[in-house]
Design a protein around this ligand. Structure first.
Ligand SMILES: Cc1cc2nc3c(=O)[nH]c(=O)nc-3n(C[C@H](O)[C@H](O)[C@H](O)COP(=O)(O)OP(=O)(O)OC[C@H]3O[C@@H](n4cnc5c(N)ncnc54)[C@H](O)[C@@H]3O)c2cc1C
Length: 507
């Protein structure tokens, strides 16, 4: 079988769709776990995209802020590429029809977020940025003849020969796991984050880190997997994904309390609710771990005005029968963003010929050990564009598949009981705060789960990604950025490097 010059993209979030559009006129197949426009974290993005588009801003200032937050291990070259390209990529989105908020003089409205030295966040309708961008992109993709979206399929395995990548096995999510093979010498992984390995997460249900496992299984290098960013205050009311209770609520006076109405944060930091994000997240995490329940208390004036001042949070409360004026909101830290992923160079290339990675599943190094707010959407569109340009410049190559007969792969989805066990291990032992003893216990416990599948000759991508994250967390014996080791609570200047891991490290 010959499939000449069709590019395959795994994942239909911002990274996947933007790459697909930029690849025109090449033929593209996009594999989407769900129907186009759903099943992505991109659609939940609220605040916006950071880019140096303001008059008093510059790529250098944006780069400076990115590096400051990244805790010493940002790849400065890659970060430079990202911030330089930012304004042009925002223009691309505007040209596609994304209705960014504007000031009365018709200039882009620029907002400020934590750790940005200047206003540089572009947004749509305040906190509806992801929804608006994904709507525009999905509509454009539907009208684009060069793009074929294969909906409701999961990529479960990559195919590689001596010349590099040549195809992917996809499994139907609707039709009894029926499999197909698609062939290409250029495949882009854009499967998003790993939040769903944890009990409480803001990420889409599909964010189980499949891309990391399928790439690792054919020998891809991975970096910085230990760095998982937790948002301190997500709704803990059994909704999946968990809605965010924005940090601005605390700025406006919301208090964090336990079931005894105690402001336990005062024990961790004199500024309590207004302490740095990681301190707040760790204090809440430890309170829950020691058996307490934690709430965001907006009762009184704040709760009363919330309908006007925080409409998104108010609507979540209303939908879930919480009257914020009278009742505190149950909260927990939520797995929010993965800084690590499949190692790529500044061209988006992995170490496997023809395999590229983009968006949250990639590790370009731009975030270091912690992500600067609103840099993730920017990273996705900048490297999507670079990958597309690179692929378009490659010579045409015929791909001959001599034997197109194949049997069903032995990849299976994790069953719901095992997923529950896995999430509990990841949350309690590989979460906001880690230590060597519990990380090793977690590695053993998840290995036992893995063995259960292996014994009956089955492969589970979710478990493999979890093992790789745990091993990376075991390896980094220090506190750096989002990775806090209670047994090594100081940052060690000798460990000021990005981490590397491959499948061989867990087998
Ligand atoms: C609540 C929330 C708010 C956020 N706010 C912001 C913000 O304001 N600014 C910012 O910069 N960032 C924000 N982020 C982060 C940002 O949204 C994500 O990092 C970014 O959208 C990731 O895009 P992506 O395309 O890589 O992944 P996604 O958008 O998650 O897309 C991944 C795609 O891969 C598919 N997929 C997964 N596994 C498979 C498989 N095996 N086979 C086939 N398809 C698969 C999924 O279904 C999906 O289509 C926020 C995130 C959340 C959750």
């Amino acid at each position: 079988m010959t499939d000449k010059n069709t590019v395959i993209i795994i994942g239909a979030g911002l990274a996947g769709l933007f790459t697909a559009l930029k690849l025109a006129p090449l033929n593209v197949k996009v594999i989407s776990s769900k129907s186009l426009g759903s099943g992505t974290s991109s659609q939940w993005a609220q605040a916006g995209i950071a880019a140096a588009v303001g008059q008093n801003d510059s790529a250098n200032l944006h780069k400076h802020d990115t590096i400051s937050v990244g805790a010493g291990i940002v790849d400065e070259y890659a970060a430079g590429i990202m911030v330089e390209a930012g304004p042009n990529r925002i223009n691309d989105l505007i040209n596609l029809g994304v209705p960014f908020d504007k000031e009365s003089n018709n200039k882009l409205l620029l907002k400020k977020e934590a750790a940005h030295g200047i206003n540089r966040i572009v947004s749509v309708n305040g906190d509806m940025t992801g929804k608006a961008i994904m709507k525009t992109l999905s509509e454009t993709v539907k009208k684009s003849n060069h793009i074929d979206v294969i909906e409701n399929f999961n990529a479960v395995e990559l195919l590689k020969d001596q010349d590099g990548i040549f195809g992917v096995v996809i499994q139907s999510n609707l039709d009894n796991k029926k499999e197909q093979r698609l062939y290409s010498r250029n495949i882009i992984i854009a499967t998003g984050g790993i939040g769903q390995l944890y009990e409480v997460t803001t990420n889409a249900i599909e964010a189980k880190g499949d891309g990391i496992a399928i790439a690792a299984r054919i020998g891809a290098d991975l970096s910085d997997l230990e760095f998982v960013q937790f948002h301190p205050t997500a709704f803990n009311i059994g909704i999946d994904p968990a809605p965010l209770a924005t940090e601005a609520l605390r700025g406006d006076g919301a208090k964090i309390i336990n079931e005894n109405e105690e402001r336990f944060l005062l024990r961790s930091h004199p500024e309590a609710e207004l302490a740095p994000r990681d301190i707040v997240a760790r204090a809440i995490y430890n309170e829950i771990k020691s058996g307490h329940k934690v709430f965001l208390d907006c009762r009184g004036v704040l709760g009363k005005s919330m309908k006007e001042t925080f409409p998104t949070v108010y609507n979540f409360c209303k939908k879930n029968n919480i009257d914020p004026e009278k009742k505190p909101i149950p909260i927990a830290p939520a797995a929010h963003y993965h800084m690590g992923g499949i190692t790529t160079d500044a061209n988006g290339k992995t170490n496997i010929a023809g395999l590229w990675a983009c968006g949250e599943t990639a590790s370009t190094g731009v975030h270091g050990a912690n992500r600067l707010a609103s840099n993730s959407l920017l990273e996705a569109i900048v490297f999507a564009s670079i990958i597309a340009k690179n692929i378009k410049s490659l010579p045409n190559k015929n791909l001959i598949i001599k034997n197109n007969k194949f049997s069903q792969s032995n990849v299976v989805e994790i069953n719901s009981k095992d997923l529950k066990i896995l999430k509990s291990i990841m949350t309690n032992k590989v979460g906001v705060e880690r230590n060597g003893k519990e990380l090793n216990e977690a590695f053993n416990d998840v290995s036992i789960l893995n063995q259960k599948y292996k014994k009956i000759n089955q492969i589970n991508n979710t478990i493999i990604t979890s093992l790789l994250i745990i091993k990376s967390a075991i390896n980094r014996k220090e506190h750096r950025g989002s990775h806090y080791r209670s047994d090594f609570p100081e940052t060690n200047s000798l460990l000021k490097n990005r981490s590397k891991i491959t499948i061989k490290d867990i087998t």
